[in-house]
Design a binder for this molecule. Structure first.
Ligand code: ADP
Ligand code: MG
Length: 165
């Protein structure tokens, strides 16, 4: 059994701070990476995604693909941005051909990933965003690597966060 690293916990204090964290993660990403974004409406999943896109060199304006379920962007790597909040049945994911994306050559960012848990690859990076009741603009963001693949990535990110780079 591989010892799982402790989740990395980071706090942000503005939407820009959350995006900056996503931007920091972007250079560490590789083709085939699966990033699962969980958290309530307004938690900051899209803000984080915008930062990842920026860091990957995507030039388009990134918004939640709430009605289309997926938006595709081209940066250093293809970026497949899902938002499955409105997904009604898992068959809609089949119709989308989700496996082509999950096991493809881009990076997948999946807002509300917990809604499609059974479809997710076993190895994935789970990013959970939570609001604090006491502070309007504060968000707690945890990075939990599931499987070995994402452990070095979280390790690297924690160094970048600690050194303020
Ligand atoms: P989600 O995609 O999870 O629904 P969004 O990123 O679309 O969330 O929206 C987050 C909302 O919370 C925005 O209105 C943003 O201005 C606000 N906000 C306040 N503080 C933060 C923060 N620290 N990080 C991210 N968003 C924040
Ligand atoms: Mg969103």
């Amino acid at each position: 059994i591989v010892a799982q690293r402790e989740p990395l916990m980071v706090e942000t204090f503005s939407p820009a701070g959350t995006a900056a964290l996503g931007e920091k993660l972007a250079p560490l990403l590789q083709a085939g990476d699966i990033l699962c974004l969980n958290g309530d409406l307004g938690a900051g999943k899209t803000s984080f995604s915008q930062g990842v896109a920026l860091g990957l060199g995507v030039r388009d304006h990134v918004t939640s693909p709430t009605f289309t379920l997926i938006n595709e962007y081209q940066g250093r790597l293809p970026l497949y941005h899902f938002d499955v909040y409105r997904l009604e049945v898992p068959e809609d994911m089949e119709d989308l051909g989700y496996e082509e994306y999950f096991y493809g050559s881009g990076v997948c960012l999946i807002e509300w990933a917990n809604k499609i848990e059974p479809l997710l690859p076993r190895e994935r990076l789970v990013i959970t965003l939570t609001r604090e009741e006491t502070a309007e603009d504060r968000r707690r963001i945890t990075f939990s690597p599931l499987g070995e693949r994402y452990q070095p990535l979280v390790e690297e990110l924690s160094k970048l966060v600690r050194t303020g780079n």
